[in-house]
Design a binder for this molecule. Structure first.
Ligand SMILES: [Zn+2]
Ligand SMILES: [Zn+2]
Length: 414
């Protein structure tokens, strides 16, 4: 059900750090509805996108960037011999599409990510595969970078039509298990326990009572109905999925999602980065009830990891899951790291200025892309959870300290 509500208005604003998160960047769906204010957006018509027109020759980089900026769905492209990029629409205005990569195999095709679970997305995926010379029934494998609905949503439908296996990292497989409350011995008790944790997180952040009530009610609705497809194969760090003709190697890059995977091919000198490294957007890294304790530390470590892996493999092009492909991995990673360094400094300063404040209040004092008062509450929750990820990181480095309570209060160190 997340897929039906995580749309629309969310894309219009971004409570992101202003300089890095350019206007129109993405409040992306995350697997947990309470952690994800986008999931609270009212249902709206899906973004209208024109169908990708297939072309077998790559378009110029500038053309791709322009398409990415001006709202068109880019063309299906052959990125390398045997490797295709298929834009699949996402009903979030600022995201617009996810790039599914199709890898030709001797007996069919493998795809990396599947797209949003909608008829429109499914049609775009089928058309894209057709442009590459395949039917959806030819799909042998669905490798998933992470289980957010824009990447994982269609995996189950593709498997139904093709018998493909679905592969994810074990940590994201745990998220799927967590969301399939129907599989629990006592589903209602399981929902209640999840909602208790959702509420506790917001209370410890000092969120206003009406925000907590709204979030928990919404999460309750979603948790009862969300049932993402069960994965078939677990892909661990360093694994080489069985794909004849390919030397793809998985790199575990937790942070944006605990089980996020990138895939590198030395022979093609490409790195598929999912949402871990995007050319303009800063991926959301937030604390939520199902996240690891310090996701920002994980994310920054994963940035360093993928930078080194890219250099070691002689990667010449990065193939991200949104926006457009680009060349300079190291520069982009450095930029993302610098962004978080600045944001951490801003948050540390806000803690010092407040002298004992809850996360929600600290978040309200930060620079966002629009005034805090005009940010809808579901996006404030996302901003809060992102702020919390930074506070937890600062605490882990001894730069701020937390006095536990309801809410937890944050103070300068020492
Ligand atoms: Zn994502
Ligand atoms: Zn995404």
């Amino acid at each position: 059900m997340v897929r039906e509500t995580a749309v629309g208005a969310a894309g219009e604003i971004r409570p992101g750090a202003a300089p890095e998160k350019a206007p129109g960047t993405v409040p992306e769906p995350v697997p947990d509805p309470v952690a994800d204010p986008v999931a609270g957006a009212a249902p709206e018509a899906a973004a209208r996108v024109s169908r990708a027109r297939a072309r077998s020759v790559p378009s110029a980089a500038e053309g791709r960037r322009a398409a990415s900026r001006n709202g068109e769905l880019p063309a299906v492209e052959r990125v390398r011999p045997g490797l295709w990029s298929i834009p699949v629409p996402v009903p979030i205005d600022s995201l617009r599409y996810v790039l599914v990569y199709a890898l030709e195999l001797p007996d069919g095709v493998a795809i990396v990510d599947a797209g949003w679970d909608s008829d429109e997305a499914y049609t775009a995926l089928c058309d894209g595969l057709a442009a590459a010379g395949f039917a959806v029934s030819d799909v042998r494998a669905v490798l998933v970078t992470h289980v957010h609905p824009d990447h994982y949503g269609l995996a189950g439908r593709v498997r139904e039509r093709s018998g493909a296996w679905i592969g994810v990292h074990p940590a994201d497989a745990d998220l799927v298990r967590n969301r399939r409350v129907q599989d629990a011995e006592d589903p209602e008790a399981r929902v209640k326990e999840l909602l208790r944790r959702d509420r506790e997180l917001l209370e410890r952040c000092g969120a206003p009572q009406e925000v907590i009530t709204e979030a928990v009610n919404l999460a309750g609705m979603m948790r009862r109905f969300a049932a993402p497809a069960r994965p078939d194969v677990l892909i661990e760090d360093g694994d080489r999925p069985v794909l004849p003709g390919w030397d793809l190697r998985a790199i575990w890059t937790p942070g944006h999602s605990p089980g996020h995977l990138c895939f590198v091919s030395e022979s093609r000198r490409v790195l598929l980065t999912g949402d871990h490294v995007l050319p303009r957007i800063t991926p959301i890294v937030s604390v939520h009830p199902q996240s690891p304790p310090n996701p920002l530390a994980d994310y920054l470590d994963s940035l360093a990891k993928v930078r080194a892996a890219g250099a070691a493999a002689g990667v010449t092009e990065v193939l991200p899951a949104h926006e457009y492909r680009f060349r300079d991995l190291a520069a982009r990673v450095d930029h993302l790291m610098a962004h978080h360094t600045e944001r951490l400094a801003e948050i540390e300063a806000a803690v010092a200025a407040a002298g004992g404040a809850a996360c929600w209040e600290i978040a309200s004092r930060l620079t966002w892309s629009r005034p805090w008062e005009s940010i809808p509450s579901f996006l404030r929750r996302m901003a809060n959870n992102e702020t919390l990820a930074h506070l937890v990181w600062l605490e882990s480095r001894g730069r701020v300290r937390r006095v536990p309570g309801r809410p937890d209060l944050w103070y300068p160190a020492g």
